[in-house]
Design a protein around this ligand. Structure first.
Ligand SMILES: *Cc1c(COP(=O)(O)O)cnc(C)c1O
Length: 372
């Protein structure tokens, strides 16, 4: 029996990065400073540069990064927020925690929020002033179109870039069109830390200061609380790990992800499986590689599992189908048909930077040999 092909290989990551990780621990330990010190500042600057924005604010996780961004943009309880029904639940949870009312529109053929339907929804309801689009699977939305929507409807946009750090549309990086953008450093993300972490990205000084205050009890200076904030700080240790070990590798990690995706795109051929469509203007970072499976994605998952290959569902249900949303004020525009097809048929196969070519070939063979 072959070794397991996992969705992500944290042991291989540890073996490759442990010298820098030990150095990060030493540096933080020796500094005697554990919260909001030099490491967080240095990481925030390095991250902003990587993402082509003026500044970033480290926080505790991606969920908080979205909530903080919405609150920094002035979201008031009851404000409607346009978003997608096909994402991590955290996208909607952040909107709800900020006091917003989520308004769901269907996705396009790539599984990303449909900007045409978004435009129609915005035209039909002038009460929608906020938008949380998600660059799902590592794919960038059409950023020219997103920019046009922002202008036409004077929209406040928080781009959810949790899966898409480094992705771009015709060379324009994700996270640079919305007033603010959110990242997650959950370990499985393209830039993960060794625990939880997240960041807000932006280029407007006032919004960035507001986000920085919100993540730290609403403090604008020590013991000065002008607004009601939260405790959502990024640890010095996680910041040191990110800047010293993982951020310097992100370019090569992304290049390897793209290489593997290319092999899949060229070689996966099975009449029961389709690849979600691509957009030629999108430079994806391939956080995930989604397949749409005719019949049952569980049957393909079982076949892969028999061959010792992991897989995942992104996502097996719509956010609107979750029990937590029942009885909670939200709106759906139309039937969400395409999102439902993704939810019923999607299966993600392993794609991570520590896969070797023989593992990639095993995944291709396993998918191609599946006969339901
Ligand atoms: C992971 C993720 C989040 C939430 O990030 P956490 O750090 O787990 O809170 C939000 N949105 C998307 C699209 C994600 O993939």
């Amino acid at each position: 029996m072959h070794n397991l092909v996992p969705m992500m290989d944290f042991k291989a990551q540890w073996h490759e990065t442990s010298p820098e990780l030990r150095q990060a621990l030493d540096t933080v330990g020796e500094s005697g400073y554990l919260i909001l010190g030099k490491e967080v500042k240095a990481f925030e600057a390095a991250l902003a540069e990587y993402c082509s924005v003026s500044a970033s604010v480290g926080c505790a996780n991606g969920l908080d990064a979205i909530e903080i961004s919405l609150r920094a943009l002035g979201l008031q309880p009851g404000d409607k927020v346009l978003t997608t029904p096909l994402s991590a639940f955290a996208t909607t949870l952040a909107i709800i925690r900020a006091g917003g009312v989520p308004v769901f529109v269907d996705v396009d053929s790539r599984g990303l929020v449909d900007l045409g339907l978004a435009e129609a929804a915005l035209a039909a309801d002038s009460a929608i002033k906020f938008f949380v689009p998600v660059h799902l699977y590592g794919h960038s939305l059409d950023l020219e179109r997103l920019r046009a929507l922002k202008k036409k409807f004077q929209l406040k946009i928080v781009e959810d870039c949790a899966q898409a750090i480094g992705a771009s549309w015709r060379g324009v990086p994700v996270g640079t069109v919305g007033q603010l953008a959110a990242l997650s450093f959950y370990p499985t993300k393209n830039l993960g830390c060794m625990g939880d972490g997240g960041a807000v990205l932006g280029s407007d000084t006032a919004l960035i200061s507001q986000a920085a205050a919100l993540r730290d009890y609403g403090q604008t200076a020590k013991y000065v609380h002008d607004i009601i904030g939260m405790n959502s700080r990024l640890d010095e240790l996680q910041a040191a790990i990110l800047r010293r070990a993982f951020l310097p590798r992100l370019k090569s990690v992304t290049a390897r992800r793209r290489q593997i995706a290319q092999v899949y795109l060229e070689n996966i051929k099975n009449s029961r499986i389709s690849l979600s469509s691509l957009a030629s203007d999108c430079e994806s970072v391939w956080h995930l590689f989604p397949l749409l499976v005719q019949g049952s994605p569980e049957a393909l998952a079982a076949h892969l599992s028999n061959l010792n290959i992991a897989s995942g569902r992104h996502y097996p249900g719509l956010i609107t189908e979750q029990k937590a949303l029942q009885g909670l004020h939200h709106e759906c525009v139309g039937q969400l048909e395409r999102a439902t097809i993704f939810a019923r048929t999607e299966l993600s196969i392993p794609l991570h930077p520590y896969m070797d070519d023989s593992q990639v070939a095993r995944v291709v063979d396993a998918v191609n040999s599946w006969k339901p």
